[in-house]
Design a protein around this ligand. Structure first.
Ligand code: BGC
Length: 386
């Protein structure tokens, strides 16, 4: 329940902001133009980190980021506020001060934990001579999704209810919620550890054997998020396929399946399951392909049901009988990429609360929420107080 120092937007925020979006291997620097509930991308520069950089120094990471910022602001004049989406756990002490907690999603950067990530970004911008770019705000991706959801709703109708929950379901998973009396909080729900009762032997083994995040950390995320689904599937397949040499062989390498493979396998409706075959190898038998597809669908469906349960848990904390309408803004590669993920989640929400209450829970996909939402947060943070 980490404080965020972010408040809900009015919907009429305007202006231009730089956004840095970093929370995994691929990141982006963007110039975003805001206007009345809408956010357009003026310029964008992607960056990616190598395996060595993922376990290297914080300075190197921030130099890569500052370099991308340098490229996109080259043609944009004037002083510019920057919103920093930092999608790892952090203890936020001010809107522009975030102390890094242990990293997730397989990252381990030296010199980061315990340091202020805004100060590290400012120093890197300084090294690149970008003093006219001022870091105005830092926020988690779940918070930017929540804020963008509200910005869009209020841009259309200023009297709209705000979004209650921002949900990310991609490489990692997490929720932010607007809690009465507490404001918007980053729940770091991927770290929820009450999962033993529903964990399979494959989940338990994965948790035990992984060193980043450490055993016991991110237990919920390790069962539900894109970074892990491929490995859960691989472990299950290798066990089930004992005896079928070709199959166990093609998947012997840990982490050789990723979240995208799970989506591709689950979506395969072709008569010879060619897409499954492309992952398993041409020698795989049709019957085996069908079993692997069933397993992939079970892993994906379970993720949707876990995430639905976590969401209903948060919403019933806000409103125990779900008497009010609630809005949820969701973004992330697994939500967008896994076949019919939204439908699977909706079915689970209905199972958990019944159709009447479930109808009061609106889950809206906010594509690219992280960058646009951060621009809104930066605009609010850098606006002169009226
Ligand atoms: C991080 C969260 C983040 C989530 C989604 C998790 O691993 O701990 O801070 O919101 O991934 O990107």
């Amino acid at each position: 329940m980490l404080p965020t120092f972010v408040t809900q937007p009015r919907g009429d925020e305007r202006g231009r902001a730089i956004v840095v979006d970093w929370g995994g291997t691929n990141g982006r620097a963007l110039v975003i133009e805001l206007g009345g509930g809408d956010a357009g991308t003026v310029a964008e520069r992607r960056f990616a980190f190598t395996d060595a950089e993922r376990t290297g120094s914080a300075e190197r990471v921030f130099d890569v980021i500052a370099d991308a910022v340098g490229h996109i602001v080259a043609d944009v004049p004037g002083p510019l506020p920057l919103g920093f989406v930092y999608s790892f756990p952090a203890r936020i002490e001010r809107i522009d001060r975030a102390i890094a907690l242990p990293l997730t999603k397989g990252w381990r950067v030296s010199g980061l934990e315990g340091a202020d990530v805004v100060a590290l970004l400012r120093a890197a911008l300084g090294r690149r001579g970008l003093d006219r770019v001022s870091v105005a705000a830092v926020a988690n991706d779940t918070v930017t999704a929540l804020v963008l959801g509200t910005y869009r709703r209020r841009g259309r109708d200023a009297g709209s209810r705000s979004v209650d929950v921002g949900l990310i379901l991609g490489t990692g998973t997490n929720q932010a919620a607007d809690l009465a009396g507490e404001g918007i909080r980053n729940l770091e729900s991927g770290n929820f550890d009450g999962v033993d009762g529903v964990a399979s032997p494959w989940d338990a083994a994965l948790d035990r054997e992984l060193s980043d995040p450490a055993p016991g950390a991110q237990r919920f995320e390790k069962m539900a998020a894109g970074h892990y689904l491929g490995e859960i599937l691989r472990r299950a397949v290798v066990d089930v396929a004992r005896g079928e040499h070709s199959l166990a062989g093609s998947l012997a390498e840990p982490w050789s399946l990723d979240g995208e493979h799970v989506s591709t396998i689950a979506a395969d409706e072709s008569s010879d399951l060619a897409h499954v075959g492309a992952v398993l190898g041409a020698a795989s038998a049709l019957e085996t392909r069908a079993i692997v597809r069933d397993l992939a669908r079970a892993v994906g469906r379970r993720s949707a049901r876990l995430v639905a349960a976590a969401l209903v848990g948060v919403l019933t904390t806000i409103d125990p009988d779900l008497v009010q309408p609630h809005h949820v803004a969701v973004d992330g590669s697994l939500y967008a990429g896994y076949p019919r993920f939204a439908e699977l989640m909706r079915a689970a929400i209905i199972d958990l609360c019944g159709p009447e209450r479930a109808a009061r829970i609106d889950v809206t996909y906010v594509k690219d929420a992280t960058s646009a939402g951060a621009a809104v947060i930066a605009a609010v943070a850098s606006a002169p107080r009226s």
